[in-house]
Design a protein around this ligand. Structure first.
Ligand code: FES
Length: 265
């Protein structure tokens, strides 16, 4: 099917759009925001250092779970079933592809990058540059339908991140204690859970395929709670990109000795 400016149903206007406002600003902001995160996460994932603070058990989420003998001592909360990894494999390789898949197939991110990266279309009343449209019916976009399975794994990774945050309240030297790093790690985990549970697939798992909510009060209650979060899914998608970078940056700065952790107890 021919789409975009060549679509047979489109009015014969040679201009791509008649809009004169700054319709390009939202896609541009989205592109910049996504690019900042992708570049930061890629650099940090391949850096291979400053991901663990031994004094306070802070582990950055980009390297969790760390399961190879290449990980610095203490950072492997779940053991080291894998041997040395070559330097070109990120130490967080076990979770990173699934988290990437989870975000890439997320309904909100799809909307964001279809519009801003593929410009399909970039804004209301602005024709897309592509001549054909096959939707999500063919490879590679048909993979978007696997989102629910990425959700299951992302939920598991959130459990692991939660464990990391709890472990960080116990330092090897003085036992229980907490500092600014704990606040940041815990805040990040809370936001990750909010984002994960606000997922459209989670909402469907909670209340989908039911004919009568009245027969399923527990699922109805779960569905209403997830629905409350779901309306904030876009905000949570962006907030978690920010909290992930902030958490990693803080761990990196403390681990490298650039700053010291602000301790409260
Ligand atoms: S829809 Fe965004 S994470 Fe599932």
């Amino acid at each position: 099917m021919t789409a975009g400016i060549d679509a047979p149903t489109r009015a014969r206007i040679s201009a791509r759009t008649l809009r004169t406002d700054r319709w390009w600003l939202p896609p541009l902001i989205t592109n910049v925001g996504l690019a900042v995160f992708v570049i930061y996460a890629t650099v940090r994932s391949f850096m291979g250092q400053w991901y663990w603070v031994a004094d306070y058990h802070y582990l950055t989420p980009f390297y969790s779970p760390c399961v190879s003998t290449s990980c610095v001592p203490g950072s492997s909360h779940f053991g080291t079933p894998l041997g040395e990894l070559p330097g070109w494999i990120p130490l967080g390789f076990l979770a990173l592809p699934f988290l990437l898949g989870f975000r890439l197939t997320c309904y909100y991110y799809r909307k964001a990058y279809y519009r801003s990266v593929w410009m399909s279309p970039p804004a209301c009343a602005v024709a897309e540059p592509h001549g054909r449209y096959s939707g999500e019916t063919k490879l590679p976009l048909i993979i978007q339908n696997a989102h629910r399975y990425f959700f299951y794994i992302a939920a598991l990774v959130s459990v692991i991140n939660t464990y990391d945050a709890i472990v960080a309240f116990h330092s090897p030297e003085g036992g229980f204690g907490f500092g600014l790093g704990n606040v940041i790690l815990t805040g990040n985990v809370i936001m990750l859970w909010a984002y994960t549970l606000s997922c459209h697939s989670c909402r469907h798992i909670a209340g989908g395929r039911l004919k009568h909510f009245s027969n399923h009060p527990v699922r109805y209650w779960l569905w209403t709670q997830v629905s409350k979060l779901n309306v904030r899914h876009m905000q949570l998608a962006w907030t978690t990109l920010g909290t992930l970078m902030l958490t990693d940056l803080y761990v990196m700065l403390v681990s490298s000795g650039a700053i010291s952790d602000l301790r409260f107890i």
